[in-house]
Design a binder for this molecule. Structure first.
Ligand code: CA
Length: 215
């Protein structure tokens, strides 16, 4: 599960990408022009960007310059071979030529996510260690019993550390859009994580919004 920004001015293509990435379990944010894409990048954290080149406002290259190293897949029209090369030399990680098969896009997205997540296999905070490969949390190197949801919630907080996450966003990411319980579920799980892992001073409550892991 990843947070993906889709930047594509053609509404129908943008929607199609969103639906397919939603189906593969990802959370998508959509932008339809370059300026709003940059705005979203400055105010949020994404695991991956699917980025069209020809866009109103700022073009894909200008957006990429402000992507702060976020893994990026460029979408280019077939005629724009030199654009692909330019995109790759500027730091895009992959590209797809339009028109493309949705299955190819989702496969490339998964491959790029796997590649980029490899760089972070664990996270250490004080006496707590979170092993992203084994999905196991340790305290003083002793495994801590956690439910899958508790683990997932902690991983989301870690991967978005220092960013305030609303209860609704946490619900969407960890429990999914169709979850029928309320945001109280998030509060209960946060309390358990704080207690079990002694993270009271690190998992901050953000007034009227949600939570932030502060490191
Ligand atoms: Ca376009």
């Amino acid at each position: 599960m990843a947070d993906i920004l889709i930047v594509e001015d053609e509404f129908s293509i943008n929607e199609l990408i969103r639906k397919n990435l939603n189906l593969t379990g990802h959370h998508c944010t959509q932008a339809f022009d370059g300026l709003s894409a940059v705005d979203l990048l400055e105010n949020g954290k994404f695991d991956l960007i699917v980025l069209d080149i020809m866009l109103p406002g700022l073009d894909g290259y200008q957006v990429l310059e402000r992507a702060f190293g976020t893994p990026t897949i460029f979408l280019t029209a077939k005629s724009e071979l030199s654009d692909k090369l330019k995109g790759l030399s500027m730091g895009a990680d992959d590209y797809l030529t339009k028109p493309f098969q949705m299955l190819e896009l989702t496969a490339r997205v998964e491959a790029l996510l796997r590649r980029t997540k490899k760089t972070e296999t664990e996270f250490i905070l004080g006496n707590m260690r979170c092993d992203f490969v084994r999905h196991q949390i340790f305290f003083n190197e002793t495994p801590v019993e956690c439910t899958p949801k508790e683990y997932e919630l902690l991983e989301v907080l870690i991967r978005n550390r220092n960013i305030a996450l609303s209860r609704d966003k946490l619900l969407d990411i960890v429990w999914g859009f169709d979850f029928e319980g309320g945001t109280r579920t998030v509060d209960v799980h946060i309390q358990r994580l704080r207690h079990k892992l002694h993270l009271e001073e690190y998992i901050k409550t953000v007034y009227k919004l949600g939570y932030r892991l502060e490191v």
